[in-house]
Design a binder for this molecule. Structure first.
Ligand SMILES: [Zn+2]
Length: 468
C-alpha cells in the first residue's frame, strides 16, 4: 500500500485548525500527526511520497450536494457531462458531488436511477451520489421510494415551481413527505410559488417585457418566502425532514429560521451566486443578463447580507452550487425575445471553494465554518460522514491543499467547465487549490490534471445525521 505524507500544513476542519501532518495509506487517511507532539521526521521516513504543505491549508475535500450534469431542460441538456463536470469540480477542490436523477412523468424511479448510473458510472473523476427528483407522484412511485433508499438514494427533491414540468401539488408533496417520513428520508424542496409566477410571466410577455431581467422581476422574493413557509408547514404535518434547496431570499430565510427555532427538522442551503451576484447582473444589456438566469433568480443586493448572516447562525447549513451550465451560444440564446425560454442555470461547480474563501478573507466566515458549510455539514446532512467531510484517521483520503495567499482571476479563458462563459468573469480571488486528492489518488497537482474518468465511485448514502 503506497503512503503519502502531507507535511507542514495547517489542517482545517469544522472543529478548528491544527498544525499537523497527514499520513495517507492507500485510499484512506491513516493518521493525523500533531507536529508539536510527534515531530515530522519519523512518518516522513516511512512515506513513499512527501508533499510539502508549508504555508498551506489542508482541507477535507469539498462536497457539492447540488449539481446537474447533462440534465435535460427545455429541449436541451446542461453542457457538462459527468466527465467534464467532475474534472472541473476537482480543479476547484471538490471531491464529491451529489447530482440529481430526474424522473420524467410516466417513468419509474428505479428506471430513472438506472439511467443516471449509465450516464455517470465509469465517467467521473471524483466520487458521486444521487438524489432523486420525484415529478410523478403515484402509488408506484411512492412504493419505489423505499427501493431507492435501499439503492443508496434517500433524499427526494420536489418542486413547487415549474407547473406542467416538475411541479407537484400540495397534496402530492404531502403524500411523498409522509412516505419519506416512514423511513427517515429527507425531502428537498424547490420552494417558489410556480402557479403565481406563471401568471406574472404571462403578463410580462404579453406586455412586451421580454428581456432577461424580467426573469427576476416575475419571480419576486415574496413568492419564495410563501412557498418556503408552505413547504415547512407540509413537512410539519407529515413529520418529515425538509431541506430547502438554493435559498435566495431573506423572506425564505426568515421562515427557515423560525421553524428551526421551533425545533423542526428543517435545513437549508444557499449557493455562491446568491452571495456574490444580484439582480443587477440579470439586468446587463444586450441579452448578457441571460448568463445569469437561474431559479430562484438572483435577488436585489440587499438579500446578500442576510444570507451571509444565515451562514453564520446556521439557519443556512450548506453552500452548494446548483451547477447547471448552459452555453450562451445556442442554449441561453433560445430565449432571445422571450426570457421564459432561457434555460435556467449557472455554471459554478469549479468555483465554490474559492468563492467561499472570499467570505473568510472578508471576515464573513471563520476558517472552520468555511470547511463546515462546504464539506462537513453536506457529508452529515446526506449520510456520507465520517467517510467524507473530515480529516481524520479512517476517513477517505479526499484532501485539498489550498494556498490562501495565491491570487487568481476567474475567467472562461482559464476555467475547466464545459461552458462558453463565466458568471464571475474577471473576479479577483485570493486563494487557490494546489493539490486535490480523491481517495488517495492525486487528481490535481500544481496546475496539472492527473485524474482519470472512472476513478470516481458511486457512493450509497445513509440517512441525514442531524435528525433526532
Ligand atoms: Zn438545481
Amino acid at each position: 500500500m503506497s503512503t503519502i505524507l502531507i507535511s507542514g500544513g495547517t489542517v482545517v476542519t469544522a472543529s478548528g485548525t491544527l498544525d499537523a501532518d497527514v499520513l495517507v495509506a492507500g485510499e484512506k487517511i491513516a493518521a493525523v500527526l500533531a507536529r508539536d507532539v510527534t515531530g515530522a521526521g519519523e512518518a516522513a521516513v516511512a512515506a513513499d511520497r512527501v508533499i510539502d504543505a508549508t504555508g498551506k491549508y489542508v482541507l477535507p475535500g469539498g462536497i457539492d450536494v447540488h449539481t446537474h450534469m447533462e440534465m435535460p431542460f427545455g429541449g436541451t441538456f446542461s453542457a457538462d457531462t459527468f466527465e467534464t463536470g467532475t474534472r472541473a469540480a476537482a480543479w476547484g477542490g471538490t471531491t464529491t458531488i451529489v447530482d440529481f436523477a430526474v424522473q420524467a412523468k410516466g417513468t419509474s424511479l428505479l428506471a430513472t436511477l438506472d439511467k443516471w448510473h449509465a450516464k455517470a458510472d465509469g465517467n467521473c473523476a471524483i466520487d458521486y451520489g444521487f438524489h432523486m427528483i420525484v415529478s410523478d407522484v403515484n402509488d408506484t412511485t411512492l412504493k419505489e421510494m423505499d427501493a431507492c433508499i435501499g439503492a443508496g438514494v434517500n433524499s427526494f427533491k420536489m418542486f413547487m415551481a415549474y407547473p406542467g414540468v416538475f411541479y407537484a401539488t400540495d397534496g402530492e408533496i404531502l403524500l411523498a413527505m409522509q412516505q419519506a417520513a416512514r423511513s427517515g428520508a429527507t425531502v428537498m424542496m424547490h420552494a417558489e410559488n410556480g402557479i403565481a409566477i406563471d401568471q406574472l410571466v404571462a403578463q410580462a410577455i404579453a406586455a412586451g417585457r421580454t428581456d432577461p431581467v424580467n426573469h427576476g422581476l416575475t419571480r419576486p422574493p415574496e413568492l419564495e418566502g410563501e412557498a418556503t413557509s408552505r413547504a415547512i408547514t407540509l413537512a410539519k404535518v407529515a413529520d418529515c425532514p425538509l431541506y430547502i434547496v438554493h435559498l435566495s431570499a431573506s423572506q425564505a430565510l426568515a421562515a427557515v429560521a423560525e421553524a428551526r427555532d421551533a425545533g423542526q427538522n428543517v435545513f437549508a442551503e444557499t449557493c455562491p451566486q446568491y452571495l456574490f451576484l444580484s439582480l443587477d447582473d440579470l439586468a446587463r444589456p444586450d441579452f448578457e443578463g441571460a448568463k445569469f438566469v437561474c431559479s430562484p433568480p438572483l435577488r436585489p443586493r440587499d438579500h446578500q447580507d442576510s444570507l451571509w448572516r444565515g451562514l453564520r447562525t446556521n439557519d443556512l447549513s450548506v453552500v452548494s452550487t446548483d451547477h447547471c451550465p448552459f452555453c450562451f451560444k445556442e442554449q441561453k440564446e433560445l430565449g432571445r425575445g422571450d426570457f421564459s425560454k432561457i434555460p435556467n442555470g449557472i455554471p459554478g461547480v469549479e468555483h465554490r471553494m474559492d468563492l467561499l474563501h472570499q467570505g473568510v478573507v472578508a471576515g464573513q466566515l471563520t476558517l472552520p465554518r468555511w470547511v463546515e458549510v462546504a464539506s462537513t455539514t453536506p457529508a452529515r446532512m446526506f449520510g456520507l460522514y465520517p467517510r467524507k467531510g473530515v480529516i481524520a484517521a479512517g476517513s477517505d483520503a479526499d484532501i485539498v491543499i489550498y494556498d490562501p495567499q495565491a491570487r487568481q482571476t476567474l475567467s472562461v479563458a482559464t476555467h475547466h467547465m464545459n461552458v462558453d462563459y463565466s458568471a464571475y468573469e474577471g473576479m479577483e480571488i485570493t486563494g487557490r487549490v494546489v493539490t486535490t486528492l480523491s481517495r488517495g489518488r492525486t487528481v490535481i497537482d500544481d496546475g496539472k490534471y492527473l485524474g482519470a474518468a472512472g476513478h470516481g465511485a458511486f457512493l450509497p448514502r445513509g440517512l441525514n445525521q442531524y435528525l433526532l
